[in-house]
Design a protein around this ligand. Structure first.
Ligand SMILES: [Zn+2]
Ligand SMILES: [Zn+2]
Length: 134
């Protein structure tokens, strides 16, 4: 998302954009963004400072780190930004957005708290049923 500082009106402006997940490479083994990320930004400028309230929202697909099953969820995050800007600057926010998304990734993604995972021997998903291994 680009913000053209000289186009921010007196009372601020709301900008929306869809960012293709591939454009900011935010997929990991545990999370993959299956649709563009909705970005909504409320931008205000006073003097040489720009304030932006940013809301990110996107459906994602998680991969359980124990049993490797996939399940869908919504990734949502709100953050704000204060920057000093020059009068005709173009502020590029993709990097910021990417970092904000990445710091919010859960450390460990599991499909449910008591996920039994896979049998280390035969790979059977133990949530579905027991295997014959001893
Ligand atoms: Zn699981
Ligand atoms: Zn087994």
């Amino acid at each position: 998302m680009k913000i053209y500082v000289d186009k921010i009106p007196e009372g601020g402006i709301e900008l929306t954009e869809k960012i293709q997940p591939g454009a900011i490479s935010i997929d990991t083994e545990g999370i993959s963004f299956i649709q563009p990320v909705d970005v909504k930004a409320n931008v205000l400028k006073t003097g040489a400072e720009m304030f932006a309230d940013i809301l990110l929202e996107s459906p994602v697909e998680y991969t359980c780190s124990k049993c490797l099953s996939k399940f869908e969820g919504i990734f949502k995050k709100k953050f704000n930004l204060i920057r000093e800007v020059k009068p005709a600057e173009v502020v590029e926010l993709d990097d910021e957005i990417r970092q904000e998304i990445i710091v919010d990734y859960p450390m460990k993604i599991v499909c449910k708290e008591d996920c039994k995972g896979l049998c280390p021997n035969c790979g059977q998903n133990l949530n579905v049923g027991e295997c014959d291994c001893k």
